[in-house]
Design a protein around this ligand. Structure first.
Ligand code: 5GP
Ligand code: MG
Ligand code: MG
Length: 183
């Protein structure tokens, strides 16, 4: 598929590559200050958070650990089911660890609400959330996100890790997916 075909699938770029880079640098400085002298474990939620994790981790100057979890939520559709299942669990023991969950997007909040409770039950010393995007108008549960990139409108977006049916993850910007692609 050539880049003109991809462009036809998108209605609007919401967040550019440069805006993401600047924001992650800003968040990284706050994270470095907040966790000074402590060992941080970044927990990325596969697969959407791969790009945020890679860029955020490289922005952080101190040593960090990275681990990954895969949970099911959407499948190939565009609305949240609220049903969460662990597809791949962490390799790390969380007891006594300072955990920072790294997510691509908070939509209904159901996934993160479930995930935070799940990780909290494993004895972590602290759990905080870093999410690149949030859709305030889609919230079904409130999520206490300490490090947030951007609030965006309640539309289905792709790019920078975010997919529709496993496509568009490698786009550098975050863009709104044209309704004709999924309707
Ligand atoms: P939530 O449980 O907060 O509704 O969202 C769960 C997951 O659904 C997110 O982590 C993300 O992977 C996916 N998701 C939510 N909104 C969008 C969106 O606008 N675009 C894409 N590609 N995925 C989304
Ligand atoms: Mg996600
Ligand atoms: Mg997806």
């Amino acid at each position: 598929m050539d880049s003109r075909e991809i462009e036809a699938d998108l209605t609007e770029v919401l967040v550019t590559e440069q805006q993401i880079r600047d924001k992650l640098a800003e968040l990284a400085r706050r994270i470095e200050a907040d966790y000074e002298g402590r060992d941080l474990l970044l927990v990325g939620v596969l697969k959407g958070a791969v790009m945020v994790m890679a860029d955020l981790a490289r922005e952080l100057k101190p040593h960090v650990n990275m681990d990954w979890m895969a949970v099911s939520s959407y499948g190939a559709g565009t609305t949240s089911s609220g049903v969460v299942k662990i597809l791949k669990d962490l390799d790390s023991d969380l007891s006594g660890r300072d955990v920072l969950i790294v997510e691509d997007i908070i939509d209904s909040g159901l996934t993160l609400s479930w995930l935070t409770a799940n990780l909290a039950s494993r004895g972590a010393a602290s759990i905080e959330i870093c999410a690149l995007l949030r859709k305030p108008d889609a919230a079904k549960v409130e999520i206490d996100v300490k490090y947030l990139g951007f609030d965006i409108p309640n539309q289905f977006v792709v790019g920078y890790g975010l997919d529709f049916a496993e496509r568009y993850r490698n786009l550098r910007d975050v863009a709104i997916l044209a309704p004709h692609v999924y309707s």
